[in-house]
Design a protein around this ligand. Structure first.
Ligand code: AMP
Length: 280
């Protein structure tokens, strides 16, 4: 496994590698969710590249950039064990050299949900993903359904800007009690960790109701909210959404693929999760 820090040497390496080339972008602090993306890429691609970069431009001023978990050595060991061929792990200066001043500004899709709670977040995500694509030049790029809005924003960017890579979505990996794996779960106290599965229980309730024939989005939102509110440790609920899976516009009736999503606070930690309903 090659670990490269520079844009030039990374592009050189990927120019001559066997194709198809699959890219798994990450911010490190790897867990089984990331590794599911890597395994899918390994199964489908002749060459697998992963990137590790805690992207400063997608963090708001009051967010956890400084404390975001980092463990490069452990991450590299995990990626090597999965048979990754190349890791691109640039410094912030390599990605954003002095004078950097060009951005990708996603549209309405990025203003809802996470975008409303985290202004500028998807501008940072779209810009860094575009840069990763330009440096690594993959044929396919693997993203988790866990970050459903991110996936939608990236799909739209690739479509709108005629970018090359095929975007592959990988289902959310969860702990046995339903909590979606996230690097931020490491922030939870034992009590908060015990309370956290309420998030998936709440989303599953919407899924259950929908399977029972409920198509009213308002009633699905209310059901999710009710389960969330049953957990006294939940400090705040940023949103409960039942939205069109493609546009993320809030629905009145679920008639096609829809994403039920929520963002909640447990102490200082903000957790997001979603489930899909209404798919064929
Ligand atoms: P991050 O390091 O949090 O930026 O995540 C890197 C990639 O891993 C993104 O495409 C995430 O959606 C994906 N990911 C994170 N957690 C999970 C999970 N529990 N299951 C599946 N994919 C995940």
């Amino acid at each position: 496994m090659q670990t490269l820090n520079s844009n030039t040497t990374t592009t050189q390496a990927t120019t001559t590698c066997p194709r198809p080339l699959g890219l798994v972008p990450t911010m490190g602090a790897l867990h089984e969710g990331h590794l599911a993306l890597v395994r899918r890429a390994r199964a489908e691609c002749a060459t697998v590249a992963a990137s590790i970069f805690v992207n400063p431009t997608q963090f708001g001023a009051n967010e956890d950039l400084a404390t975001y978990p980092r463990d490069m050595e452990r991450d590299l060991g995990l990626l090597e064990a999965e048979g990754v061929d190349l890791v691109y792990a640039p410094t912030p200066e390599e990605v954003y050299p002095p004078g950097f001043d060009t951005w990708i500004e996603p549209g309405a899709l990025a203003e809802r949900l996470e975008g409303a709670a985290r202004p500028g977040h998807f501008r940072g995500v779209a810009t860094v993903v575009a840069k990763l694509f330009n440096v690594v030049r993959p044929d396919r790029a693997y993203f988790g359904q866990k970050d459903g809005q991110q996936l939608a924003v990236i799909r739209q960017m690739v479509r709108d800007l005629n970018m090359g890579p095929e975007i592959v979505a990988v289902p959310t990996v969860r702990d046995a009690d339903g909590l979606a794996l996230s690097s931020r779960n490491a922030y939870l106290t034992p009590e908060q960790r015990q309370a956290a599965p309420v998030i998936y229980r709440a989303l599953s309730e919407a899924q259950r109701l929908w399977l029972d024939g409920e198509t009213g989005a308002g009633r699905l939102r209310a059901a999710v909210l009710e389960v969330l509110k049953s957990e006294p440790l939940l400090g705040g609920i940023d949103y409960v959404s039942v939205a069109d899976a493609g546009t993320l516009e809030e629905l009145e009736q679920v008639a096609g693929p829809a994403m039920v999503s929520t963002a909640v606070r447990l102490g200082q930690t903000r957790l997001i999760d979603n489930v899909l309903i209404g798919s064929a």
